[in-house]
Design a protein around this ligand. Structure first.
Ligand code: NAP
Length: 256
């Protein structure tokens, strides 16, 4: 049987890298995307090769919608038919601050990467999935990595919150559109995860987790998110779609 094939965006580092490695550990061939063909992307491809899986470095800017079709065609030519899209690439705000002071540039950047690119990559993959015969050997799914901030307000990062809320709704829309074909779409919402993105604030995140912000008094690791994503991609949550999967140590459990 051919190996299942996944595309992971923003895979050079952090959560994306952990997801790519965990997919490979579970028998996936992986197309690893990042915005540039840097040393980190090369290293990831080597690490996946060393695990005995095929890996393809696929640098492109997810906000350049014209690159989506050629990138998906390259995966099909090189690895085979895609079974899983993990829309992970994301950016934070340019500067934390008052919503009254958010710049148009930071708003547009958050929306372009976190919401618009994610939406249109879902669309491009969904069209290909639906054009394929409905007799795939591997479960087909789309996993959108959004954020707890799709739900929970962070006032100094309002444009990020707005972009993640848009992406969360898009996940539900695609789940509703693709359900008839048995294609699952999930919205994975990480909470406080220790990655390069959160490095500047990780000290305060750890203190807040210990102080009770999360039910587990610690921050998460990229591997926690990766394990959850691979459980979804391998169909270990059968008969589920369209739902939010929070990987946040219980941060958003309502309390009083
Ligand atoms: P990260 O360490 O900053 O990694 C994000 C990756 O995405 C980087 O390799 C980045 O490449 C890449 N990327 C950015 N813009 C891109 C573009 N236009 N095209 C292709 N790749 C692009 O972030 P992370 O913490 O692992 O976060 C991964 C995802 O989880 C993001 O969507 C983030 O919003 C979400 N998330 C993270 C946390 C957390 O606590 N860490 C919490 C909730 C949600 P460059 O660096 O080269 O630009």
């Amino acid at each position: 049987m051919p190996q299942p094939i996944a595309l992971v965006t923003g895979a050079s580092r952090g959560i994306g890298r952990a997801i790519a490695l965990e997919l490979a550990r579970n028998g996936f061939d992986v197309a690893a995307n990042d915005i540039s063909q840097g040393a980190d992307l090369q290293k990831l491809v080597q690490d996946i090769d060393a695990m005995g899986q095929n890996a393809l470095a696929l640098p492109f800017d997810v906000t350049d919608l014209g690159t989506h079709g050629p990138a998906l065609a390259r995966i099909e030519e090189t690895l085979g038919q895609l079974s899983t899209l993990v829309n992970n690439a994301g950016v934070g705000v340019m500067e934390r601050g008052d919503p009254l002071d958010v710049s148009e540039a930071s708003f547009d950047r958050c929306m372009a990467v976190n919401a618009k690119a994610q939406f249109f990559l879902c669309q491009a993959v969904a069209r290909r999935f639906l054009a394929q015969p409905n007799d795939q050997e591997h479960p087909r799914c789309i996993v959108n990595v959004t954020s707890s901030n799709a739900t929970a307000v962070a006032v100094p990062r309002s444009e990020y919150c707005a972009s993640k809320a848009a992406a969360a709704m898009a996940s539900k829309c695609f789940a509703a559109r693709l359900g008839h074909a048995g294609i699952a779409v999930y919205d994975v919402q990480p909470g406080l995860i220790e990655t390069p993105m959160t490095a500047p604030v990780i000290g305060s995140y750890k203190a807040r987790a210990e102080d009770g912000l999360c039910l587990f008094p610690w921050v998460g690791q990229p591997e926690d998110v990766a394990t959850v994503v691979v459980s979804l991609a391998t169909g270990r949550l059968p008969y589920t779609t369209g739902h939010v999967i929070s990987v946040d140590g219980g941060m958003l459990v309502p309390r009083f």
